[in-house]
Design a protein around this ligand. Structure first.
Ligand SMILES: [Zn+2]
Length: 338
């Protein structure tokens, strides 16, 4: 899991644990009041973040934290996208569209791309999600923790996982399934080797997780992978960490990296610190549509504010990663990346 896998997830404010789902209530109110969702002058790319496509109800897990989407719900999501004129694309295709305004797509009709991503390399991407994507002509990106992808079936056993709820132990893809999906248009990306909480590692360990993951994927696929997904909640409140890991990703050969920062991607967003829209079984098509059109972006502001407050008053979480020189604003792309 990414990501939202800790229990409790330090990435979200405590208000999310209330029975009333405030993020849904506020988002739908904004959507219905047309305070967002209006087409703007600039291109904006929504990136959806899925994990497991399985019928696990995740009992006792608050809606915001769930990592599973039932196959029925997932199909409803994809049908809703199709009905509203969206096309599901890989992350690289979405970023190319963001940069150039051109979508490399076999259908010439005008379409709004939405990048669809799956973290953790679960087998159900192959068995449950892919048939739906294939039927609708959509593509997507899968982020793989390489230690759990084998010639024979392995299970998801994240290093040092503190919670994981229901996804630890789930079956992951095999290399033959990964190669079949890649040949059919699913983009593969890196998600470390053992899915650790990177900020708790030393910098040499972090570099090894990044480089070894990329080397394995490049070798297995016969072509360089270009995109990376940070495991677990992204420590956006630590510019020193963000600057250093961005350097490591670039040096390893990654062009883009997705995080758990909530929001949609603009042309000015740094390509190695991309935000996404978390999605799970608790998202009905109405909420999904509201998220796509921008009515959920306010959550990113709350998320950033809460994380900075926690850092200010509680201090940083235990970590061994050494500090690097501070970045002025790590989330804005340099001019040549816009
Ligand atoms: Zn993950």
């Amino acid at each position: 899991m990414t990501c939202k896998g800790e229990a409790p997830n330090p990435d979200q404010p405590d208000s999310y644990r209330l029975p009333l789902r405030w993020d849904r209530t506020i988002t739908l109110a904004l959507y219905r009041l047309c305070l967002s969702g209006r087409p703007g002058p600039d291109r904006v790319l929504p990136i959806l973040m899925y994990h497991s496509v399985s019928p696990d109800a995740e009992p006792g897990v608050a809606a915001y934290y769930r990592l599973c989407t039932s196959p029925t719900r997932f199909e409803a999501h994809m049908e809703a996208l199709k009905a509203r004129g969206y096309v599901g694309v890989t992350l690289s295709e979405g970023l190319q569209w963001l940069n150039t305004g051109t979508l490399a797509w076999p259908d010439a009709r005008p379409a709004q791309p939405v990048a669809i991503t799956f973290d953790d390399g679960f087998q159900d991407l192959y068995t449950a999600a892919w048939p739906v994507l294939q039927r609708l002509g959509f593509r997507a990106t899968a982020y793989l923790p390489t230690a759990f992808i084998g010639e024979t079936r392995r299970t998801f056993q994240p290093r040092g996982a503190s919670g994981g709820v229901g996804v630890v132990g789930r079956p992951c893809l095999t290399w033959s399934e990964v190669k079949e999906l890649a040949a059919a248009g699913i983009e593969m990306g890196g998600h470390t080797v053992t899915h650790p909480e990177l900020p708790r590692l030393s910098w040499p360990e972090i570099e090894q997780e990044i480089r070894q993951c990329k080397d394995t994927l490049d070798q297995q696929l016969g072509t360089p992978v270009r995109s990376f997904a940070h495991p677990y909640a992204f420590p956006q409140e630590r510019p020193d960490y963000v600057a250093r890991i961005t350097e490591l990703l670039q040096a390893a050969g990654f062009d883009s990296a997705v995080t758990t920062r909530v929001g949609r991607v603009r042309r000015t967003t740094h390509r190695l610190v991309l935000c996404r829209l978390p999605v799970n079984d608790a998202d009905d098509p109405t909420l999904l549509t509201a998220k796509l059109t921008g009515a959920y972006d306010w959550v990113g502001t709350v998320q950033r504010f809460v994380r900075f407050l926690k850092l200010r008053f509680r201090g940083p979480a235990p970590a061994t990663a050494a500090a690097a020189p501070k970045a002025t604003n790590p989330f804005v792309a340099p001019p040549n990346r816009g």
